[in-house]
Design a protein around this ligand. Structure first.
Ligand code: SAH
Ligand code: DHB
Ligand code: MG
Length: 221
């Protein structure tokens, strides 16, 4: 099996389940035009996140790593009328593209983009006594996932769902000799989750338009 098969099957799901409506298409286009890296989540994973958020009736969602607001739009679509997505992004240009995209999708009032380093923004939320989040989606720099987990747990309550993207990295996650800092960051993150008895965790490998990678899902007990 190769990338062209993965692409063909993802396209089949996208067509079958109508995962690429006009707004989602336009958001991807805006990201491309602005020269953002093509690393937004895939449409099937977007719908997976949306279904998870809806099934737990998430009212407050925290996203670490906004990029152009593509995954954020999938998440925002799951929110009830009084729901809120807080999304963290340190690149000004990415935050600006995301702001336009959230306006395009009609979520200006439900989405707060914080244009700062994610760890700093999370510490500020903690210090301000922020209301806890129902769901947290980690998708920024992998080296810092373990910090985002520690901070994220302080913004969680029993029942909070923590989903992390890119935990497989073409299989390198299972290579203890791997020297890549992103992979090592993922390994530290997963080990910390495994050792934390207050959290139940699994991880799934995926193939698709983004190649061979995967995501973890944790439930705060
Ligand atoms: N979730 C997005 C993709 C995120 S890509 C989507 O699927 O649509 C990762 C993003 O994290 C990039 O935009 C990058 O600028 C941002 N990022 C990386 N390190 C960061 C940090 N320390 N603080 C905040 N954002 C960071
Ligand atoms: C990269 C980051 C991501 O969040 C992703 O989904 C794919 C790739 C990267 O930095 O290479
Ligand atoms: Mg990712």
């Amino acid at each position: 099996m190769d990338q062209s098969t993965f692409n063909r099957v993802d396209q089949y799901y996208v067509d079958l389940f109508a995962l690429n409506d006009e707004i989602m298409q336009k958001i991807k286009e805006n990201c491309e035009k602005a020269g953002l890296p093509a690393i937004s989540i895939s449409p099937p994973l977007g719908m997976m996140l949306q279904i998870l958020a809806r099934s737990i009736k998430a009212r407050r969602i925290l996203e670490i790593g906004t990029l152009g607001g593509y995954s954020g739009t999938w998440l925002a679509r799951a929110l009830p009328a009084d729901g809120r997505l807080v999304t963290l992004e340190f690149e000004k240009k990415h935050a600006e593209v995301a702001k336009k995209n959230f306006a395009l999708s009609g979520f200006e009032n439900k989405v707060q983009i914080i244009n700062d380093d994610a760890a700093a923004a999370m510490q500020t939320l903690i210090d301000q006594g922020s209301e806890k989040f129902d769901m947290i989606f980690l998708d920024a720099d992998k080296q810092n996932y373990v910090n985002y987990l520690r901070l994220g747990l302080q913004l969680s309550r029993p029942g909070t769902l923590i989903v992390a993207d890119n935990v497989v990295r073409k299989g390198e996650v299972a290579n203890p000799e791997c020297q890549d800092e992103s992979v090592r960051g993922i390994q530290r993150f997963l080990k910390e989750l495994a050792d934390n008895k207050a959290v139940q965790t699994t991880a799934l490998q995926t193939t698709g338009s983004k190649g061979y990678d995967g995501f973890s899902v944790s439930l705060v007990l």
